[in-house]
Design a protein around this ligand. Sequence first.
Ligand code: FAD
Length: 432
Amino acid sequence: MARKGITRRLFAGAALASIPVASMVQAQPARRRVVVVGGGFGGAAAARHLRLADASIDVTMIEPKSEFQTCPFSNYVLAGFKTMADITHGYGALTGRHGVTHVRDMAAAIDPAAKTVRTAGGQTIAYDRLVVSPGIDMRWGALPGYDEAASAVLPHAWQAGPQTTLLRAQLEAMPDGGVVVMSIPGNPFRCPPGPYERISMIAHYLKKSKPRSKIVALDSKDAFSKQGLFQDAWKELYGPMIEWVPLGQDGKVVQAIPGEKTLVSEFGQRHRGDVVNVIPPQMAGRIARDAGLAATEGAMAGWCPVDPFTFESTRAKDIHVIGDASIAGAMPKSGFAASSQAKFVARAIAASLAGGPQEAPVYANTCYSLVAPDYGISVADIFRATPNGIVAVQGAGGVSPRTPKDAAQFRDQEAHYAEGWYASATKEIWGS
Ligand SMILES: Cc1cc2nc3c(=O)[nH]c(=O)nc-3n(C[C@H](O)[C@H](O)[C@H](O)COP(=O)(O)OP(=O)(O)OC[C@H]3O[C@@H](n4cnc5c(N)ncnc54)[C@H](O)[C@@H]3O)c2cc1C
């Protein structure tokens, strides 16, 4: 048997030796290259799931950071019952077990014709398919008086990291009896229920540590996600501590005066805060806009139109835009949505590169919010693609009931589910 094996190997070796080197090189199928811009919810999930779908694809993720801090649960850091370490995730599993190449740099330019990405550090990286998930940029100056320098005084904390730490420090330094003023933008923006969870989490902290304090939340809208549930809970848990001022009651902020820690409303009311949290209007991350992937006019200017069936940019072939930067119809700008899009797009790219059939997309979102550490509420939806955009499947989702049986136990259980969601979502993206 052994002799036979040796003979076969020798024969194979001899046969290969007679093939010219050039034709051997040609015989190797070219490795397919997918580049992913961004290592957040959309990008890191896409990179991982591309490798899971087809380990023969070279996946390069361009992301300047060495670790990622999640916006989900950052409101709990503000409340003081989670730490920045709790919301920080490294890329070790992606680069180790999953074999993703992490280029620690900013993507500076995309050339859709040459199919290359140039990094700020000067590398040019070629791709067969590109996934762009750069998240959001603030629209500095869209709210007069609120630019990047102003955010050092009036933090937005809408990208987790130093801004979260700054807002937390300001809340800790505020005297009992102080006023927290918040400004909430009009749609669309990252995480529709996020501002209302933040109001709740700040109220939770103040109730415990500075009970004579107050929150004034100035809103550019009259309605918001999970509104009934939030407002019921605010009344029950925080009473007069929270004043929510809708658009119809002059809630829209039209000017920020950082030097006076003051926000001015449409009809000229001035709101001075001891702590002022401005959540400004937003748009797709710069690389997507610079690459011409974003709409330039209309209500969705600054966000990236995509084919609802593939998330391929309608403006550039072989480039998929996912996550907050994309215009995803009824899907909210959430981490859950971004990773749901990422998983589908990863499988679709792998199938397309292998010449296989495409599956029909089904996307999902679930969003938990805490109103107190033992009081959770949620909304869940399933989405499907139509030629007119992505729509929610009627009857497939739902929100927490307003008056459940055994309410305290029900809300407490939802708070546990929120923890479970975060643990599994982050493990599935960044974990081992
Ligand atoms: C307070 C708050 C609470 C939230 N809570 C929840 C929640 O409970 N559940 C939920 O599902 N969602 C939640 N979200 C929303 C969620 O954070 C976002 O929807 C999600 O992060 C979007 O994913 P993304 O990939 O589009 O962007 P991100 O996750 O922000 O990732 C973008 C990444 O791209 C990188 N990047 C940007 N430009 C470049 C470039 N040129 N080159 C290379 N890299 C680049 C950035 O460094 C960043 O790491 C919350 C948001 C906020 C603000």
